[in-house]
Design a protein around this ligand. Structure first.
Ligand code: SF4
Ligand code: SF4
Length: 505
């Protein structure tokens, strides 16, 4: 029976530019001369290095352990020698450096021991710990540790496992090609996820501009022991957003500030499901991913790339065109960000390296004043008031921006896309969010310091009171001893006087 689909508010139809890279099979990118592996590739605490410069490592060996709760391990993408642990440029809008483990490959690509897991006979908590130690994080963009998302916690189960094959962002085709070529592995990963979540149902949502991927996933689903529903959804950006996909497939609305699990759904990118399959069924940690290299290059294509490969290696592989390069984006034009330095490595979040030219990405016209046309609000899939958020962010009235649900903004860029005044609205929201987060962090740190100070004062006061009590007790005991002695002397004197009186009578 055909599934009844719903619609989300707003959305836009940017030129998709998918065909440039979707016509070629996934290529295996060569091992680069040097791998730069950041220890912070996932959301949460960075992993803690457990190797030293000079150590020899094998492919798939842990080189940094998960640190704290929200974290995952990091692994050597190939065999070789650790040459440094130092700050290197990383793919981040800030352009700042971060701690990275630098490996010089030996060219042998020798694996460490790979042990498949008999997951059907393993308690869920042990299985989740394996995923943490295998470095599995969400490949859809947020890179949240998968082992945490696969824990239903007090809910005991999450009824619906929703695999996200939306890939609505223009230019990017890595999930499309993964579904076409590795559909069986994706659904084997989904079976493991279903077991961990206790899910009753698996649905795969795919935009209908990917007919080959839909067909491949349907063929794989027909071979599965567990039922899997592969659903084609209308192509409309950003239908690959988790909340939007849930709305389209189930009709349910994730509440403001809430999570998809609040409406009984756990969403994962199809690439994450495939990574879970490799980790559990093959004992292979997350050391590579599929990356679309496209835009102003001679051969736009998807490559399976070792994490840590400098992006410049991929750009070189894709070849130059006659047109000069005007910049690079990690991700797509709607939600990605400019990379100032393409010596930065591919990380778990790198789904696309988009090479810019002036003809493909003309510089935007200068921003004009907001004319209050509300087109941005009509396009906003989160049903926000982007023009108000813009005013509050720009004027630094951050409390008002929060009151207008700034943190429900998914930074999809629909508002900027339709704005006739060409205002880079999302830049303002990112700025406001980072300022608010920094203030909250500072407040948290100040509160923490104040609590520590107050508890130290309380402890000192308690110690002082206890010391005073001990002194009082000791001096009390001494006083009563003196009194007793004094009484005994007094009694003896009285007895002596009485004796004397008796003898003199
Ligand atoms: S689309 Fe642009 S000009 Fe129109 S209301 Fe929104 S911010 Fe203002
Ligand atoms: S970027 Fe934020 S405010 Fe703009 S359309 Fe997307 S969700 Fe709405």
């Amino acid at each position: 029976m055909k599934r009844q689909l719903s619609h989300f508010h707003g959305g836009v139809h940017p030129a998709d530019h998918k065909s440039e890279s979707s016509g070629r099979a996934i290529a295996i990118a060569p091992i680069p001369p040097q791998l730069i592996v950041p220890v912070r590739q996932h959301m949460g605490e960075p992993a803690r290095p457990c190797v030293q410069p000079g150590d020899r490592v094998l492919k798939g060996q842990i080189i940094a352990h998960a640190e704290g709760y929200v974290s995952v391990a990091v692994h050597a993408p190939t065999s070789g020698t650790v040459t440094a642990i130092e700050d290197r440029p990383v793919a981040h809008p800030s352009g700042l450096n971060d701690t990275s483990i630098v490996i010089e490959p030996d060219g042998q690509d020798l694996w460490t021991t790979r042990t498949p897991t008999d997951w059907r006979n393993m308690p869920p908590s042990s299985l989740r710990n394996i995923l943490r130690d295998m470095g599995i994080a969400g490949l859809g963009g947020a890179v949240f540790p998968t082992w945490i998302k696969l824990n239903p916690g007090r809910r005991e189960k999450i009824p619906l496992l929703l695999l996200n094959g939306g890939e609505c962002e223009p230019w990017i085709t890595c999930d499309d090609l993964l579904m076409r070529e590795r559909a069986d592995g994706i659904l084997q990963g989904a079976a493991i996820m279903q077991y961990l979540l206790g899910a009753d149902e698996i649905i795969v949502g795919i935009e209908d501009n990917k007919p080959e991927a839909i067909a491949a996933m349907q063929t794989a689903a027909s071979k599965c022991r567990h039922p899997v529903d592969v659903v084609g959804i209308p192509t409309l950006y950003p239908s690959g957003g988790a909340k939007q996909l849930i709305k389209v497939i189930t009709g349910r609305e994730v509440p403001s500030g809430g999570r998809s699990t609040d409406v009984g759904v756990a969403t994962f990118n199809v690439g994450t499901a495939f990574a879970v399959h490799r980790a559990i069924n093959h004992g292979e940690p997350m050391i590579s991913r599929v990356v679309t290299v496209t835009g102003n290059v001679a051969v736009p294509q998807n490559h399976e790339v070792l994490l840590g490969t400098p992006m410049q290696e991929l750009v070189r592989l894709a070849g130059d065109t006659a047109e000069p390069v005007s910049g690079y984006i990690m991700g797509g034009p709607m939600m990605g960000f400019d990379i100032p330095d393409i010596s930065a490595p591919v990380v778990k979040a790198t789904n696309c390296v988009l090479v810019k030219s002036v003809s493909l990405f003309p510089p935007p016209p200068p921003a004009q004043e907001c004319i209050r046309c509300t087109r941005c609000a009509d396009a906003c899939p989160a049903e926000l008031q982007p023009q108000e958020l813009y005013w509050f962010s720009r004027s630094q009235h951050f409390d008002k921006a929060v009151a207008y649900s700034l943190f429900d903004c998914i930074e999809c860029g629909c508002c900027s896309h339709v704005c006739p005044s060409h205002i880079p609205l999302v830049h303002y929201y990112r700025y406001a969010k980072s300022e608010i987060s920094a203030t909250r962090q500072a407040e948290k740190a100040a509160n923490h310091a104040r609590e520590r100070h107050e508890s130290r004062l309380a402890r000192l006061e308690r110690d002082e009171q206890e010391r005073a009590a001990r002194l009082a007790q000791r001096s009390g005991a001494k006083t009563s001893g003196d009194d007793a002695r004094q009484s005994a002397i007094q009694a003896a004197m009285e007895r002596a006087r009485a004796n004397q009186a008796e003898s003199t009578e």
